[in-house]
Ligand binder design. Structure first.
Ligand SMILES: [Cu+2]
Length: 146
């Protein structure tokens, strides 16, 4: 009696595995052409600005673009690092978004209207160098009144 039960179980198990194999074959043929890699692009470009408030405004503008994964503006270097999905957006869209918030980028001049509404400390110099080394130059007194 036990043997009979065992063989029934064995047959059932065989049946299950063969079913599995069949479904797996179907999956194989359908899943070949699915996921193309998501291409994240890392981009850096110059953006003018003065302080921490500028930083949050600039980064908020960049992050508001759909497809942007991260944005980090460096106050000393006057430069932003952006990571974005290039199937959803492109570099120029990000430049324009930052410019619309009032800030100059390498390629697009900042909106004058938005610039007027910036806090006083954020009214940066339009002649400011972008993409600086981040090191203070002691011989550079161009921003001071001597
Ligand atoms: Cu500021």
């Amino acid at each position: 009696m036990k043997k009979v039960i065992l063989s029934v179980v064995a047959i059932a198990a065989l049946g299950l595995t063969s079913c599995k194999n069949e479904t797996k074959k179907v999956e194989d043929t359908t899943t070949t052409e699915v996921s193309k890699e998501i291409a994240m692009i890392d981009l850096s470009f110059g953006v003018r600005g003065n302080c921490g408030m500028c930083k949050s405004t600039i980064e908020k503008a960049a992050n508001s673009v759909e497809g942007v994964a991260s944005a980090n503006w460096d106050v000393d270097k006057k430069k932003i690092d952006v990571s974005f999905d290039d199937t959803k957006t492109d570099a120029m869209t990000i430049h324009k978004a930052i410019a619309a918030s009032g800030y100059d980028t390498e390629k697009v001049a900042g909106s004058e209207e938005a610039y007027k509404d910036l806090p006083g400390c954020c009214k940066y110099d339009h002649e400011m160098m972008m993409n600086q080394s981040g090191e203070m130059k002691s011989e550079d007194h161009s921003n001071h009144d001597h």
